[in-house]
Write a protein that binds this ligand. Structure first.
Ligand SMILES: CC(C)(COP(=O)(O)OP(=O)(O)OC[C@H]1O[C@@H](n2cnc3c(N)ncnc32)[C@H](O)[C@@H]1OP(=O)(O)O)[C@@H](O)C(=O)NCCC(=O)NCCS
Length: 199
């Protein structure tokens, strides 16, 4: 099987959301913030549409670079990820009323505040650091084939070309990948039995 890394376009958004949902289905943070187990079909569609809208906004954001890994034989999306150039904030969270019905808004806002506080503690007022979106979603049948490493290298090339550092927040399962690429752990956030590794 050969994998190609290509820039993401808006037509990829549905597949990206589907791959992300599969990749993070077992994540306890995902289960806390956006539980899906008791949703009706209509609620699930509403939630998925909300995810697609967010993914489209992220993809279009100037100063962000998104890549997908594609199975060259079948065209199937194997994974995707992205990176933001310095001083480009992530897309902001919506007002409370604009979250989908399954969102645990309190937990989402608490996690966001904790992550922002850690980022300020660790980076201070540095304005020369790229922020990596730690999506790195791979469909399970594509895992352990080097897909995430190819995606990681593609995004890190932007920061390398600028001679600048990269900051990311990783799940526990992404840690080895990032450490192997040279990231060091600056901090750990333990949230609801789930740790975020910050490098
Ligand atoms: C974490 C995650 C992104 C890794 O993706 P992946 O595509 O499997 O990653 P890679 O294949 O590049 O590397 C994973 C392992 O496979 C190994 N590997 C790579 N190519 C291989 C091959 N051809 N044969 C066997 N092993 C291989 C790598 O050396 C690495 O080994 P290690 O765990 O001992 O370090 C993926 O498991 C995932 O999506 N997890 C759920 C979502 C998540 O938590 N994402 C991270 C967000 S921060």
């Amino acid at each position: 099987m050969s994998i190609e890394i290509q820039p993401v376009s808006l037509s990829d958004v549905s597949d990206m959301v589907a791959v992300g949902a599969l990749a993070f289905a077992a994540s306890s943070l995902e289960k806390l913030t956006f539980p899906v187990q008791d949703l009706t079909a209509q609620q699930l569609e509403e939630y998925t549409a909300w995810r697609r809208d967010r993914a489209a906004k992220r993809t279009l954001k100037p100063g962000s670079y998104w890549y997908k890994a594609v199975n060259a034989e079948t065209g199937e999306l194997a994974g995707y990820t992205g990176i933001l150039q310095p001083e480009v904030p992530q897309i902001s969270l919506p007002d409370k009323a604009e979250f989908p019905s399954n969102a645990n808004v309190e937990a989402i806002l608490e996690l966001k505040d904790e992550l922002e506080a850690k980022k300020t503690q660790n980076l201070g007022d540095r304005s020369d650091v790229w922020c990596r979106h730690t999506i790195d979603g791979s469909q399970s049948h594509y895992q352990r084939r080097g897909v995430a490493k190819l995606l990681l290298d593609k995004t890190l090339a932007h920061a390398d070309a600028a001679g600048q550092d990269v900051y990311l927040e990783s799940t526990q399962s992404g840690l080895k990948l990032y450490q192997a690429a040279g990231f060091v752990v600056l901090d750990t956030l333990v949230h609801c039995r789930s740790s975020m590794i910050i490098s």
